[in-house]
Design a protein around this ligand. Structure first.
Ligand code: NAD
Length: 560
């Protein structure tokens, strides 16, 4: 690939982290380009590259002892470990060599044994333990994430996924034997959980550890190699992942690629065996289009507007506390946060003081001073959110501070469906209330819009909660609370329609990253059993074939 093409690809740094010494290949300097020009093949000679590692963990070289944290001192150069593969001509893509290297590792079969998978998963556990404080600090710097919230969402929930996976892996990996027809009774028919191969995981910024790590747990558990692309928006967390993860994982099989749109666009040109994307719906479309070129299967975990219906029969105080928690956790930057409330005008009146009381109870009289309330991740997001405040009437909050990217926990009353806040996913600390006449109108309102990632319904009458569940469609559902369905690894998590394709969490993540390969292993003998299916065809053979292959509908068998 000509250097000029690479140069025009991005004026920013393009960083590839994938050596056992957490080495970074930077592509913005003349010297780096020279090095790139020399690396044309899958296995180029090892050479010195600018180091970027900042690992200080203990243990041996993960390349030699996969899953064991390496003594990654970082600094300049590398002496050993895999070498960055950057393909120039003919493939012309800066990530082609990396993908080929991972594919070669996968084809070698090293990721398949259970012991290997367990070692890598345990290493991820050590990453979370060793880097806990740094994770809390990085997410605090990125979006003022309160450490309590960061611990819960980025560490505890990830550890749960890890432990559920480690506790069940041997069982999940086992072949599943299935029912057979008469002809195949002496043979073995089973579902083999095969890894896909080389998978790509693209993550967003709002839970920057959780949303790359939970898919990665499943990818490793299922025996894949993986490239992880964290969000460039959560800069501090991106840097932490890039600098330290390679110290824990086998760098022949797992790599972190950093960067924004230009880098991800080039990365997506490569053929992956599976792509797991979490992010916005517009980018989801871009990812799916790129995947379609190679017929690569995808999981898309996208966003949307999650309605929350509050019936007239409910405990207003409890509803307010549960809604305020779900809406303002992570300053509202949660894909399954209740996006807007639907209730009658009478309930809006009753709810308002209860919502105000809950906000004051949780964040004090001035939430700006609360250590438990986060900030907006970027100026762009801040401006977008501030523009939504003109919807309806500001009933609670509404204060903003651009310098701090602070938006107070805000409730907007009497919001109309045509208001700006109802035109897009809010993804911030703003809660509009749309007034409806009754439950039927609320259900019609929900069904007239794209299917959401979550539907919430509050009522003391479980029949009402069940009606909302029955008569709507969404990725997930939670009655009488918000967000809590996500904490169960036993429930599938994922979207439907424009909020996503596929599901994960717990065993669902393992299954997502496994190809369920239908296998039949037949006995070499007993050839007479096969005769009825061979030509020359006769009426008698057809009768035998029907008797041995036919599946009868239950209850239709007549006893003679
Ligand atoms: P985003 O779509 O802007 O970015 C996600 C990832 O895609 C990032 O790594 C980014 O670098 C990359 N990307 C961005 N533009 C790209 C392009 N043109 N081509 C290729 N790659 C590109 O999303 P975000 O702003 O990081 O996250 C917020 C969105 O994610 C919200 O819509 C939210 O609802 C959604 N989300 C969904 C879930 C879920 O589980 N369903 C979880 C968290 C966030």
């Amino acid at each position: 690939m000509p250097i000029s093409t690479l140069r025009s690809m991005s004026s920013n740094w393009i960083l590839l982290y994938f050596t056992s010494r957490a080495t970074t290949l930077s592509m913005d300097t003349g010297s780096s380009f020279q090095q790139l020009g020399m690396q044309q093949h899958l296995q180029p000679p090892r050479q010195q590259l600018s180091g970027y590692g900042k690992c200080s963990t203990t243990g041996s070289d993960p390349g030699k002892n996969p899953g064991k944290a390496a003594e990654c001192s970082g600094g300049s150069g590398i002496e050993k470990g895999p070498v960055p593969m950057v393909c120039s001509t003919p493939c012309g893509n800066p990530y082609a060599g990396l993908v080929s290297h991972l594919r070669a590792s996968w084809l070698s079969g090293k990721t398949r044994p259970m012991e290997y998978r367990v070692a890598q998963l345990e290493a991820l556990g050590r990453f979370l333990d060793d880097k806990k404080q740094e994770i809390l600090e990085a997410t605090e710097l990125d979006m003022g994430k309160p450490s309590f919230e960061a611990f819960f969402s980025e560490i505890l929930l990830c550890k749960n996924e890890l432990n559920i996976t480690l506790n069940n892996l041997s069982h999940w990996m086992k072949d599943e034997h299935v029912d057979k027809n008469l002809v195949l009774q002496l043979d073995s028919a089973f579902i083999r959980k095969d890894p896909y191969g080389v998978v790509l995981i693209i993550a967003p910024w709002n839970y920057p550890i959780h949303l790359f790590l939970v898919p990665l747990i499943g990818a490793i558990a299922a025996g894949n190699c993986a490239i992880i692309k964290p969000s460039e928006i959560a800069k501090n967390t991106e840097r932490l992942i890039a600098e330290t993860l390679s110290c824990y994982l086998d760098n022949d099989c797992f790599a972190v690629v950093t960067g924004g749109v230009p880098e991800t666009t080039r990365l997506l040109e490569n053929k992956f065996d599976y792509i797991f994307f979490t992010g916005s719906s517009p980018v989801g479309r871009i990812v799916m289009t790129a995947a379609a070129k190679h017929l690569t299967p995808v999981t898309l975990e996208l966003g949307g507007k999650n309605p929350c219906y509050v019936s007239d029969t409910c405990d207003v105080t409890n509803v307010a506390r549960r809604v305020v928690w779900g809406r303002f956790f992570n300053a509202g930057q949660t894909c399954i946060a209740p996006d807007y409330l639907l209730c009658t005008i009478e309930m809006q009146e009753k709810l308002m003081p209860a919502l105000r009381a809950a906000i004051t109870e949780f964040f004090g009289p001035n939430p700006r001073e609360s250590p438990d309330f986060g900030r907006i991740v970027s100026d762009k997001q801040f401006q977008r959110l501030r523009a939504l405040l003109c919807s309806g009437r500001v009933a609670i909050g509404g204060q903003t501070d651009e310098a701090e990217r602070y938006i107070a926990p805000t409730v907007l009353a009497d919001v109309l469906p045509s208001d700006p806040a109802m035109q897009e996913e809010i993804f911030g600390p703003i809660l509009p209330i749309v007034v409806i006449a009754n439950m039927d109108e609320a259900i019609d309102f929900i069904n007239a819009r794209p299917r959401p990632l979550a539907v919430y319904a509050f009522s003391c009458d479980s029949k009402i909660v069940n009606q909302v569940l029955e008569r709507t469609s969404s990725g997930g559902f939670c009655g009488n609370d918000t967000l809590m369905h996500l904490t169960l690894t036993s429930l599938p998590f994922g979207g439907i329609g424009s909020c996503g394709v596929g599901k994960y969490h717990g065993k669902f993540t393992f299954d997502t990253f496994s190809h369920h390969r239908g296998c039949l292993h037949r006995n070499m003998g007993l050839e007479t059993l096969n005769s009825p299916r061979y030509p020359p065809y006769t009426q008698q053979k057809l009768g035998l074939l029907t008797t041995t292959f036919e599946v009868k509908r239950r209850g239709t068998c007549t006893l003679l």
